[in-house]
Design a protein. Structure first.
Length: 377
């Protein structure tokens, strides 16, 4: 590229105007169209296109045109993939000028419906780090003269500026995506740590009420309310998973478990002892999420059935297993246990994670529930 070969002040001024226009902050899709429009006007060409290279660097993944109306664009059909003359610009990663496309050896020819083009000039568009992002293709000057060396120099200079503008637009889009991701994660965390926690606490309070002397009708109404709360919590969890693809980070397991246990101690009025293995066990996001759900199920069962005054929660490891244990001093029961939905959920959740659930209980001597899962499942 040699700008000192450009003698025409008007063309230099046009180059500066074109560069300023594409630095105005358009989004990436608009910017690509703006680049090819400005390139076409810069060298007074009838047709223009910007071909964006795919990941392999050899084929066109996107093709933006200028100078064709919608009917002409539809008549052409599928965009080119980068063969023939367009492929030469890709392969050489340098400017190519052709006076007569019809006479050019290796030209792929025009598909049916494509306007006939004679003159051609193509230059690479380089990103800030020097790699070729795509290529500018211009066809047929309005005065029907061949493209000149000055035209090529103008386009190469503009292609450099265009590559930097594309870099900036791509960075803005990435920053915008990161902002949206952070907001989704914040919303998911708020739903998880605040809304679900409060619903869970209300459910615990209702389940404690079930232990008091109530009529059969009142007990039935409270049971229905608890079931509705469980269904609402499940719906919120579904929403969380839809907006928070990264789920719960494994490092969040211990603090979230601690917060849940503190909530139970406050709501149930029982003495809760929490034992956590140090350092905190390394677990996958999936296991962290499922362990917190398992703990909710266990605590709900304690609140509904145990009539306990003390409760012990332990989180630790055994080999490659994560071990969650809850022991209460409540009324206990005699096996076999009924087919409750909560217990089925606990067993299925453990089995899906390569673990198991064990229950040991005696009437009047409380209950121990041990739930395991492979830590990195």
């Amino acid at each position: 590229m040699s700008l000192d070969r450009i003698r025409d002040p008007e063309r230099l001024h046009g180059l500066i105007e074109a560069i300023l226009a594409i630095e105005a902050g358009a989004d990436l899709t608009e910017l690509l169209t703006l680049i090819v429009d400005r390139a076409r006007h810069l060298v007074r060409a009838r047709y223009g296109a910007l071909g964006v290279l795919g990941p392999d660097g050899h084929h066109l993944a996107r093709f933006v045109t200028s100078g064709l109306d919608e009917d002409a664009a539809r008549a052409i059909g599928a965009p080119p993939s980068g063969r023939g003359v367009l492929g030469r610009v890709i392969a050489q990663a340098a400017g190519v000028r052709i006076e007569d496309l019809a006479a050019e050896a290796g030209a792929a020819g025009f598909p049916p419906g494509h306007p006939v083009m004679r003159r051609f000039c193509g230059v690479p568009v380089r990103a800030g780090d020097g790699h070729v992002f795509g290529n500018l293709y211009l066809a047929d000057r309005l005065d029907d003269e061949p493209f000149s060396a000055e035209d090529e120099d103008l386009l190469e200079a503009f292609g450099r500026a265009a590559g930097l503008a594309v870099d900036q637009a791509s960075l803005r889009e990435r920053q915008h995506e990161l902002t949206l991701t952070a907001e989704r994660e914040r919303l998911a965390r708020e739903l998880h740590d605040t809304v679900i926690q409060r619903l869970f606490a209300v459910g615990l309070a209702l389940q404690v009420t079930l232990a008091s002397t109530l009529s059969a009708a009142d007990r039935e109404r409270i049971d229905r309310a608890v079931d509705e709360l469980d269904a609402t919590i499940q719906e919120i969890r579904t929403t969380i998973f839809a907006i928070d693809a990264d789920e719960v980070d494994g490092s969040e397991l211990t603090p979230r478990l601690r917060a849940m246990v503190d909530e139970v101690a406050t709501r149930l009025g029982v003495a809760v002892s929490l034992s956590l293995e140090e350092p905190a066990p390394e677990v996958s996001s999936r296991v962290a999420r499922q362990t917190l759900q398992a703990l909710r199920e266990m605590l709900a069962n304690v609140a509904r059935h145990a009539r306990a005054s003390t409760l012990t929660v332990h989180l630790g490891t055994r080999g490659d297993l994560l071990v969650l244990e809850i022991r209460d001093d409540g009324v206990g029961f005699v096996a076999p246990i009924g087919p409750g939905r909560g217990l089925r959920n606990l067993r299925e959740r453990a089995r899906e994670l390569g673990g198991a659930m064990e229950i040991a209980s005696e009437p009047g001597r409380g209950t121990l529930v041990r739930w395991t899962a492979r830590r990195l499942a």
